[in-house]
Design a protein around this ligand. Structure first.
Ligand SMILES: [Zn+2]
Length: 132
């Protein structure tokens, strides 16, 4: 995964209302939902691979916020080949969305649980404390 094109970056920022999806500040960076390969993969990220986050939250996704980032779909496991199948939670709106091209579509909590579960199985339910 390499850097996004300027058009993709702008589409992601526009989709996310030009705010950090996690904390709402308006100074943005492009969060790669899929890990950027150490080998410098040639895959160029698409809008569903990206999320608007500020620098602090972007760095946090690789550190202290990692569990939350996976739970909220801000980050996906490396093996996830279709990141659009993992829903994204926007805490400022208290809502789940599925990413679709350059758009996002609000979905219910139960649909988000079904989507996440179809990708991650029981691990997703565990993250969301839907199972003990
Ligand atoms: Zn932030």
């Amino acid at each position: 995964m390499s850097a996004p094109t300027a058009a993709t970056r702008d589409a992601v920022y526009r989709r996310d209302a030009r705010r950090c999806a996690a904390c709402g500040v308006m100074v943005l960076t492009f969060q790669h939902r899929r890990a950027v390969g150490m080998g410098g993969s040639k895959n160029v990220p698409s809008p569903v691979d990206g999320l608007s986050l500020c620098g602090t939250c972007n760095a946090g996704c690789e550190g202290a916020m990692q569990a939350q980032a996976l739970r909220y779909g801000w980050k996906v496991r490396r093996w996830v080949t279709h990141p659009e199948r993992v829903p994204v939670f926007y805490p400022l709106e208290m809502s789940w969305f599925r990413l679709e091209g350059t758009a996002r579509v609000r979905i219910s909590h139960s649909v988000a649980m079904e989507m996440g579960c179809s990708v991650y199985g029981a691990e997703w339910l565990y993250w969301h404390e839907a199972i003990a």
